[in-house]
Design a protein around this ligand. Structure first.
Ligand SMILES: [Fe+2]
Ligand SMILES: [Fe+2]
Length: 374
């Protein structure tokens, strides 16, 4: 009897990269329903499943950093000829990173590849997140053109009335009273239209005249979440739901009078308290409740709070907001500048924070490393 062969991580990684590269290539050459294409999709999914099972994780990320391919934080050897097909596909399509989540099926993967070879371009979906190059340096064209503001409008910034409305709604959400999620959503939608980092920074400056720490922190985290979400390829209502989660993530800190006085216990309870408050609000997206509950869970699954959640890792949305929250908390204290804050994020990558998201975020906040001739 032959002993079963158990491929190790390196072998599974090679298979995954090879099969994914082949899938891009085959879809470029054949119709979507051609057996070469469907067979290739099945092999990608089988390999993804084997990789995730071997590592005990729910997803695998492949990201491009300065021309090098990293699979779940580990670089592919530079002389690996088997990675060239995928590298070429990523570069040709402007793909910066790809996360394949368990649950991805042939139909969803097929739609992604169809988009890559059609007018839509690479597009994220429920089990497949795409990060695209160029976001940080340029306005997102599909967003810059929305909103009926006219072609010359540089940014559809929220009005003072919208900001004031959002402040009172944040307080109402914290108190668990009836709140108008539609008013918060309209603020987030306006923020989402302000695609460029410069426009968002200008908004941050104007809002900073308001003396309301919780509101400013929520707004700053929402803005940074939008930037990171957009870099992941999200748009439309999934992006707005995520940013709303960022805006409301610390709602559990807004205490009623007479509530928990012990600061340590209050801090430990704020995720559960926030999730409870939000869950009771009509029209709140489930994702915002999830973000409130899990935004302090650690990426590596080590004990954190709330201790009642787990075992396991935080959901993808909570991991995105955790990066934005850490960044804005560090900057908001005024003790660390962007470079030091980024160093802190990198020091926490792999333990507290998702390393792939930290690297993607680094591309956003420090988009232009000095290059020859540029
Ligand atoms: Fe928090
Ligand atoms: Fe926070």
């Amino acid at each position: 009897m032959n002993a079963p062969v158990h491929p190790d991580r390196a072998e599974l990684t090679q298979r995954l990269v090879t099969e994914l590269g082949a899938a891009f290539h085959l879809r470029a050459s054949y119709a979507p329903d051609h057996p070469q294409v469907t067979g290739s999709l099945a092999r990608v999914l089988a390999t993804q499943g084997a990789w995730c099972a071997h590592e005990g994780v729910a997803e695998v990320s492949l990201i491009l950093v300065e021309g090098h391919l990293l699979v779940d934080r580990q670089a592919i050897p530079e002389d690996a000829s088997w990675s060239r097909g995928l590298l070429r596909a990523f570069q040709r399509l402007g793909i910066r990173g790809l996360t394949l989540v368990v649950g991805l099926d042939e139909a969803e993967l097929g739609r992604f590849l169809d988009g890559c070879h059609g007018a839509a371009g690479p597009t994220s979906s429920r089990h497949l997140l795409v990060g695209q190059a160029g976001f940080a340096a340029t306005e997102s064209p599909e967003v810059a053109g929305t909103g009926g503001q006219g072609p010359a409008s540089p940014a559809a910034s929220p009005s003072p009335e919208q900001l004031a409305g959002a402040r009172s709604e944040l307080r109402a959400a914290g108190a668990g009273t009836t709140t108008r999620i539609d008013r918060l959503r309209s603020l987030i939608a306006e923020l989402a239209r302000s695609a460029g980092p410069a426009a968002l920074d200008a908004l941050r400056l104007s809002a900073s005249r308001v003396d309301d720490r919780e509101f400013l922190h929520g707004l700053a985290v929402a803005i940074t979440t939008l930037r990171l979400g957009r870099a992941l390829g999200l748009q439309g209502s999934p992006l707005e739901d995520l940013a709303l989660g960022g805006f409301l993530h610390d709602v559990g800190h807004l205490e009623e009078s007479g509530a928990e006085k012990d600061a340590v216990r209050r801090r430990a309870r704020h995720p559960v308290r926030g999730a409870e408050r939000l869950a009771g609000l009509e029209g709140i997206p489930d994702l915002a409740v999830l973000v409130a509950l899990e935004h302090h869970l650690r990426f590596d699954g080590a004990p954190s709070y709330p201790s009642t959640v787990g075992p396991g890792k935080p959901a993808a949305a909570a991991r995105v907001v955790a990066v934005a929250d850490t960044w804005e908390t560090l900057l908001g204290r005024g003790e660390t500048g962007p470079a030091e804050s980024l160093a802190v994020l990198r020091a926490r990558a792999g333990t507290f924070l998702d390393p792939a998201l930290v690297e993607l975020f680094a591309e956003i906040v420090a988009p232009r490393e000095p290059r020859d001739g540029v």
